[in-house]
Design a protein around this ligand. Structure first.
Ligand code: AMP
Length: 685
């Protein structure tokens, strides 16, 4: 058996530089990279600082993000070319003209994305003991009506009054600001610049009136034709359909996976032995009819989400295991900082909790750790402004990742309080509640209804059961009113009680019911649990991981590399013969077979291209190791093992290489095994 190899693997080169300044400011996600001046061509990457300056931000620091530099125009072009040429992902149905917002993943993309999903499941579901469910995408109208999505899951839209083209209002305003700022790149007009920066920062959280006001104040017109824009309108983002041939039953494609979890709350709680906290996860497709999606994988109409609903026990304010995250350092961009035009700040989550970010803190730490594991370098957490939050949320912090599109939301963290459980309970009369056992019985004053069921039966016949339920609910919920009715009844006043039963106002004869106040001893109580939700967009994570991993060797744009972490690389290893010589190939096949038996995801390249070209092809798609059989292999039974980022090679006995590759791949999760140690143990080539 192989020795465990010590020390950590060499870090990928190229994308790291250092630069000194402080804080980050004013950047929000936008598609304005194409507006960056050509001056920056040929520099490979541009620093974050340069990006910010170009966009009008202050001098900023990229040190906190390991000096991470976003791709410049030329690098983005190379990146896009590789993605297309190697069919990592591509617009769907292209032979029929393509559809914006719909994408296909090719074999490489599929493998990387599946690895991200597997890693996510291990990191969250397995390691935190979460329960997982899988619910349908097709969701009845009544479910999404109860959850508030039918009325409120909207984006503001404006229309070009001549061409009819539709724009998402906030994106249009952001682009308008970018264009304006680029025109004034030298910042000659400081007031105008400030105004544009502030408008851009507010665009995503504007009310309908504020959008209208901005359009008229700044004379914003259609970016395509320059024509006048319509008044802003809310546009519901859900895809609507019907079930079955009679078209009687209206449905939507789910815009988030969460509702399947809420509607199953009762069963899930039973499954969990009635105990809270309880954490449920779901991975699956979601659908949003985005108004004018332009940002590739970042804004799709069908995309994959991985959502977690963490239900807190009564009285709990945060995650019970928060202490594990207290030392994690995070970059926070609070609502107040945004409103005051201040920079982000770095702090520990322990401090953040002291400052009031309590319920979501554990998951902010967990998310950051996972994003880093996927190779993401520049992460900040931005709090939503009050007008920006989804209708169900009390507080939201987005994990944003810096990429060539600017800061992009990759994971939403929402404190949903008990909004969803309460809404579904009220709509269905199924109480989605948990039971809390009191240490000592408590006394509570309640109003109870004494109902003459025979009289009710005579008066209301088929509806009598509903009337009884309505009376009990009335006593429970409207106790004071019930007692007032009783008082009046005793004084001979009311002849009937007016009560709404299923949308109809009924008059219940006073003789049918009486109310009285009593004291009950309770051993526990039902409550709606509070829920906090991290919601991952897996396609955005996939895209950002690829951008962050992408670099070129030297300045050669023909030699591109995807320095992906091994855990998400499309293949762990590649098997090659130096040539297709008859002596070499049987050894190649033999080792390949052995690798596969050991569970190493190993790609065989037996094409006729020269070895350098074949290494380059593997680098381009991010394969971290390559094993080559050469003529020496036939003599001494050794093969070469090459590491992608350093391009270093060692000679290893062929019987040892499958286990070595497996250990190296697992090593990224265990600091005991590394490429550096492999170099010490085996001779370099
Ligand atoms: P939200 O529920 O809007 O907070 O979305 C949760 C996550 O889903 C976001 O953080 C994104 O990563 C992802 N997401 C939302 N909309 C889209 C979209 N149109 N295309 C791709 N990913 C999306």
């Amino acid at each position: 058996m192989l020795l465990l190899l010590l020390l950590s693997c060499s870090a990928p080169p190229a994308p790291f530089v250092t630069s000194a300044s402080s804080g980050l400011r004013f950047v929000s996600s936008s598609s304005s990279l194409h507006l960056l001046p050509a001056v920056l061509k040929h520099t490979g990457r541009i620093t974050l600082e340069q990006t910010l300056r170009l966009r009008g931000g202050d001098s900023n620091d990229c040190n906190e993000f390991g000096g991470y530099q976003v791709l410049n125009n030329e690098m983005r072009e190379s990146f896009d070319t590789v993605m297309k040429r190697r069919f990592v992902f591509m617009q769907s149905f292209l032979i029929h003209g393509g559809v914006s917002g719909l994408f296909d993943y090719g074999p490489i993309g599929c493998s990387i994305k599946n690895n991200i999903v597997d890693a996510w499941r291990k990191f969250f579901v397995v390691s935190d003991g979460m329960l997982e469910v899988a619910c349908p995408s097709i969701t009845p109208h009544r479910v999404l009506e109860a959850s508030g999505h039918v009325k409120r899951f909207t984006d503001l839209m404006v229309r070009d009054e001549t061409s009819g083209e539709c724009f998402r209002a906030d994106k249009l305003i952001e682009e308008f600001c970018d264009v304006d700022l680029m025109k004034d790149a030298k910042h000659s007009n400081e007031t105008r610049r400030e105004m544009m920066m502030s408008l851009k920062a507010r665009a995503g959280s504007m009310t309908i009136e504020q959008v209208e006001d901005a359009i008229s104040t700044f004379n914003i017109t259609s970016l395509s034709t320059g024509a006048k824009l319509s008044k802003p309108l809310p546009f519901n983002l859900m895809f609507k359909s019907t079930i079955g041939p009679s078209s009687g039953s209206s449905v939507f494609l789910r815009p988030e996976t969460a509702q399947g979890i809420f509607t199953n709350f009762k069963r899930l709680l039973e499954f969990n032995g009635g105990k809270l906290p309880m954490t449920i996860a779901q991975i699956g497709k979601s659908f949003r009819n985005e108004i004018a999606p332009k940002q590739g994988l970042l804004r799709q109409r069908e995309f994959e989400m991985a959502e977690i609903e963490h239900f807190l026990a009564n009285g709990e304010t945060g995650h019970v295991e928060f202490c594990k995250m207290a030392d994690v350092e995070v970059c926070l961009f609070s609502r107040t900082a945004q409103e005051r035009g201040e920079a982000e700040s770095w702090t520990t989550l322990g401090q953040a909790v002291e400052d009031g970010i309590i319920a979501l803190a554990y998951f902010l730490g967990k998310t950051q750790k996972f994003l880093r594991q996927c190779g993401i370098k520049a992460i900040r957490f931005r709090q939503h402004r009050a007008t920006e939050m989804a209708h169900y949320a009390q507080d939201c912090w987005d994990a944003e990742v810096l990429c060539s599109y600017g800061w992009v939301e990759v994971v939403g963290h929402a404190d949903r309080a008990c909004f969803d459980l309460q809404m579904h309970s009220e709509a269905t009369d199924v109480p989605l509640v948990a039971w809390e056992q009191h240490q000592e019985p408590r006394e509570r004053r309640v109003v109870q209804a004494t109902i003459d069921r025979a009289l009710i039966g005579k008066a209301f016949r088929a509806r009598s059961k509903l009337v009884v339920e309505a009376l009990e609910k009335f006593a429970e919920k409207e106790g004071e009113e019930a007692l007032a009715f009783q008082k009046g009844k005793e004084e001979g006043a009311p002849e009937a009680l007016k009560l709404r039963v299923e949308e109809e106002e009924l008059e219940i004869p006073a003789a049918c019911v009486s109310f009285k106040e009593t004291i009950v001893r309770e051993h526990g109580a039902f409550y709606y649990p509070r829920v906090v939700e991290p919601s991952f967009g897996l396609d955005r994570l996939f895209y950002c991981s690829l951008e962050h991993a992408f670099y070129v060797r030297g300045n050669d744009h023909e030699r591109t590399v995807l320095g992906l972490p091994v855990s998400i690389a499309p293949f762990q290893c590649c098997m090659l013969g130096l040539s297709s010589n008859d002596q070499l190939m049987p050894i190649v096949y033999e080792i390949h077979e052995e690798m596969r038996k050991m569970g190493v995801n190993c790609r065989l390249d037996d094409s006729a291209a020269n070895i350098g070209k074949r290494y380059a092809r593997m680098d381009e798609i991010g394969v971290p190791f390559a094993v080559t059989v050469d003529f020496q292999s036939c003599q001494d039974g050794t093969v070469t093992l090459r590491e992608r980022d350093s391009m270093e090679q060692v000679r290893v006995p062929k019987e040892e290489v499958p286990q070595l590759v497996r250990s190296l791949c697992e090593a990224r999760e265990s600091p005991d095994v590394s490429w550096a140690a492999a170099k010490e143990r085996y001779p370099s080539v």
